[in-house]
Structures are given as C-alpha cells and as structure tokens.
Write a protein that binds this ligand. Structure first.
Ligand code: THU
Length: 140
C-alpha cells in the first residue's frame, strides 16, 4: 500500500470529530479529556475517547476506543489519525497507544496530525514489535 498523502485527508473534518468525541470523555481523575478520530482505508471514520477508572491503572486511552470501534464496525486499516485534548489541540499519543495503533496500520502509510504538520506512525514508533516478531520468535 502506498503512503497516505496528508493532502488527501480532510484534517479539519477529522479534528472536528476528535474534538466532538473528546467532549464525551470520562476523565474525572486526571481532568484531561481526550478524543481520537481515525480515517479507515474504506473511507469511514471511527472515534474513541478516554475512559478513566477509580482504580487508576484500568484507564483506557482514546486510541483504545478507536481500536475497539474499528473492530466492532468491521475492521480495516487506519490511514490517518487526529488526537486532541479537551482544549481542542493536538495531544501526543502515548507509547502504549502507538503500539495499539500499529496493530491496525502500516507504519509508512498512517499519518498523524501534530497540529503543525503530520508524521507517520513509523516515525512515532520506529522498529515496532509486531505480528511477524511473534511468529518468528515463538518456541517451536
Ligand atoms: N490519554 C489518552 O487518552 N491517550 C493518550 O495517548 C495519552 C493519554 C488519556 C489517559 C488519561 O485518561 C489521560 O489522558 C491523562 O493521562
């Protein structure tokens, strides 16, 4: 698959979806609401927000919501992503989320809005561990 051209993505629309879903985040502990919107290779957009928990470590990030929504709505590969905090501005995906996203995207294809340009997932998570590593390193 060829790299997604950032110019082909309607970033205003994707950011708008991320801002909208950030409004619905459940973040009473950190006070940091997060919304994520992903463009899928079939053209649909899936969204997610962070959902915190009193047992703090059980919090799920907005990008986890995207991964669930992606699978639940038919799967596919993510080609573009916008992540924003409650103030509407870009929030960097955490390390765990970069790994979660890498399960559903080609690192050279998926582009992520940084608020002042774009980066590929591969730039955010170089040398990612993936399914091929599992297959290659499993005990015989
Ligand atoms: N958070 C996300 O939803 N995505 C990220 O990539 C970084 C952090 C959430 C988790 C937590 O609810 C809050 O932001 C503060 O860390």
């Amino acid at each position: 698959m060829t790299a997604t051209s950032p110019a082909e993505v309607d970033w205003d629309a994707l950011r708008a979806r991320a801002r909208e879903v950030a409004e619905r985040a459940y973040a009473p502990y950190s006070g940091v609401r997060v919304g994520a919107a992903a463009l899928v290779d079939d053209g649909r957009v899936v969204v997610g927000c962070n959902v915190e928990n009193a047992s703090i470590g059980l919090t799920t990030c907005a990008e986890n919501g995207v991964a669930s929504a992606l699978a639940a709505s038919g799967g596919g590969r993510i080609v573009a992503l916008a992540v924003v905090a409650g103030d509407g501005e870009y929030l960097a995906p955490c390390g765990r989320c970069r790994q979660v996203l890498s399960e559903f995207a080609d690192p050279d294809v998926m582009v992520i809005d940084t608020g002042s340009g774009t980066v590929t997932l591969g730039e955010l998570l170089p040398g990612a561990f993936g399914p091929a590593d599992l297959a290659a390193r499993r005990d015989a």
